[in-house]
Design a binder for this molecule. Sequence first.
Ligand code: CDP
Length: 251
Amino acid sequence: MMGRPEGLKLIDENGKRIDGRKKYELRPIKMEVGVLKNADGSAYIEWGGKNKVLAAVYGPREIHPKHLQRPDRAILRVRYNMAPFSVEERKKPGPDRRSVEISKVIRGGALEPALLLHMFPRTAIDVFIEILQADAGTRVAGITAASLALADAGIPMKDLVAACAAGKIDGEIVLDLNKEEDNYGEADVPVAIMPLKNDITLLQMDGYLTKEEFLEAVRLAIKGAKAVYQKQREALKEKYLKIAQEVEGNE
Ligand code: CDP
């Protein structure tokens, strides 16, 4: 949220946004599962073409340092990291306040409730989310990719976690803000859900909304996340179809 260039309109007289979308339209999303050979699970997402996010999962595996071990369950570790070249102004490498906070909410909030960690005592599950290119909405893209990578690693889950944001621009509640909308809009509300049980696992808000607007944004973000969930299922199916075809080809 910042001061916008004079005269910039985020919604035109026909109700179209600057990238041509309607108010409740998602950006196009592409997902691929199993893209890294040396990880136990992985996924790649392009969200709106301009967000490029890779997720890798290792584990369950032995913990170092050992004193972090939990006798009754696995621990989940998450690192959200932005590549130096992922944003317009080069990002200084390494963790900053923002990425530490995002890693934390993705771990404890968004992903942990979906995992059956008690099945793997004394181990660690490590999730790496690498933002290769950013255009607003990287945490929801990261959560979505991480959950696919966890499924790809064969880690038992109650449900996939799907995420999407809604927000307010030019006084209107809209789905899935892009970079200009995030910069010059009034609010952004990222949401992560486990659709099977209608659970919300992450809910944040940046900016200002009335109670009614907030509820409208949450409802809209949940709808968006449900559409993202369908795409996740398709991406997983595609991966298993490929494996099945390879097995058939070898017979
Ligand atoms: O990415 P997300 O919307 O989850 O988080 P944000 O903190 O609201 O950041 C919004 C956008 O600002 C990011 O997606 C990046 O495009 C941009 N950003 C940036 O240009 N430089 C940074 N150091 C951090 C974020």
